[in-house]
Design a protein around this ligand. Structure first.
Ligand code: NAP
Length: 361
């Protein structure tokens, strides 16, 4: 902004051309020919030109703005831009710069969202992201890690995963990542269906497996965690091992029941109870997830098999309770109170007949 103000003459030296002094560092000699020479008219008020913040909106202020954005935002590269990767990116984009790479070419979709898509991981890593976030299927993680060109990244890049099992990626990261990289293992315990409208109150589990001591590295990790904290997630710090123990008993069982009920073929009716609505919601929540994801929960959580067997046993036990009581009722109806051997045999035949009818029906 230029301000022209009349001032009295301080020096009456006609020789040097008047200078425009900029408040920064530049002084330009300008041939202001239209202005009267001070020596010729000593009482004529001259113009002292004050330049305030000249060119600053494009320089200083934008520089400050950039520095502020840099200090609060991260450059995040998502690997695996499928269902969950896309879901996360929509929230990340509000405050961070996003890049992505995937086996499938999602360039158009990414472009539409405002994410820079790189079909080649070499090109992606040459952008030197602060954070590389792995959102690939559990099953493909190891093969993928073996192929990634880590040498193109900055030496202390932060690697994060969002896999639904935790000990498995933790061990792979420690095995394949260069020792200078930071490692944060996380599990946002919600998905595109359960976190559709808000993440508030939803659990986010994390384990700072390896974060360097330098302040910048600690801040970078905190900045990443802040994304979830600011969305209102319930932040739970726990070891990967603990996570897997709890998750097998809750998440794997939830997915299994959802899949069983989906196969069973639940249908909405005009007289749905609250409980039945809960079951319909469960099917809705789990049916969007790929079988790869479910199989990964089973295959790469060592506690899952035990939980599946417990479920099986619980189901059998309930069937036994039901049929056991039915057995007694039939016995009474058919044979009264007699407990002779012949009756025992007869009752067993009747029970078997009834059981077969129930099983077939
Ligand atoms: P997913 O079926 O577990 O994974 C799909 C992703 O894996 C896609 O990006 C896909 O790439 C990639 N992928 C699959 N096979 C691949 C291979 N052989 N090589 C390279 N990439 C491969 O489904 P998701 O729901 O998107 O889950 C992604 C990750 O997030 C999983 O680890 C999951 O456990 C975790 N997670 C999911 C949820 C959820 O609610 N969905 C919640 C929390 C955590 P392309 O699309 O390019 O083929």
């Amino acid at each position: 902004m230029l301000i022209f103000s009349p001032t009295t003459i301080r020096s009456v030296n006609p020789q040097p051309l008047p200078y425009l002094s900029f408040s920064h560092s530049i002084s330009l000699p300008l041939p202001l020919t239209s202005l009267p020479t001070p020596s010729k008219s000593p009482h004529f008020p001259s113009f002292h030109i004050n330049c305030i913040d000249a060119a600053q909106p494009f320089d200083y202020e934008s520089h400050l703005k950039n520095r502020y954005i840099q200090s609060t935002s991260l450059k995040i590269a998502i690997i695996g831009f499928g269902n969950f990767g896309q879901f996360l990116s929509k929230t990340f984009l509000r405050h961070h710069t996003l890049l992505a790479h995937s086996r499938t070419n999602y360039a158009d979709l990414a472009n539409h969202l405002g994410v820079s898509f790189y079909a080649d991981p070499h090109d992606l890593f040459e952008q030197h992201p602060d954070v590389v976030l792995l959102s690939t299927s559990i099953l493909s993680t190891e093969t993928l890690l073996q192929k990634l060109p880590f040498q193109r990244l900055r030496r202390n890049t932060l690697f994060v995963d969002v896999l639904s099992v935790k000990e498995f990626p933790r061990n792979l990261f420690l095995k394949y990542l260069p020792p200078d990289f930071d490692i944060l293992c996380t599990h946002p315990m919600f998905g595109p269906e359960s976190g559709k409208t808000s993440w508030a109150g939803l659990p986010f589990v994390y384990d700072k497996v390896r974060i360097g001591d330098e302040e910048s590295r600690i801040k970078r990790c905190d900045k990443f965690l802040d994304i979830f904290e600011k969305e209102g997630c319930r932040m739970v710090e726990m070891s990967c091992m603990e996570h897997d123990k709890y998750a097998a008993g809750s998440q794997f069982v939830t997915h299994t029941m959802g899949r069983v009920l989906e196969k069973f073929g639940l249908e909405s009716s005009p007289i749905n109870t609250k409980g039945y609505e809960t079951l319909l919601n469960l099917v809705e929540n789990t049916k969007g997830d790929s079988f790869d994801l479910y199989y990964g929960l089973f295959m790469y959580n060592q506690n899952a098999l035990e939980q599946l067997e417990r479920l099986d046993m619980a189901f059998e036990s309930i069937k036994k309770d039901l049929f056991g009581r039915l057995h007694q009722v039939y016995r009474k109806q058919l044979f009264g109170d007699n407990n002779g051997e012949e009756e025992e045999f007869g009752s067993a035949v009747a029970w078997q007949w009834k059981f077969n009818r129930i099983s077939i029906g």
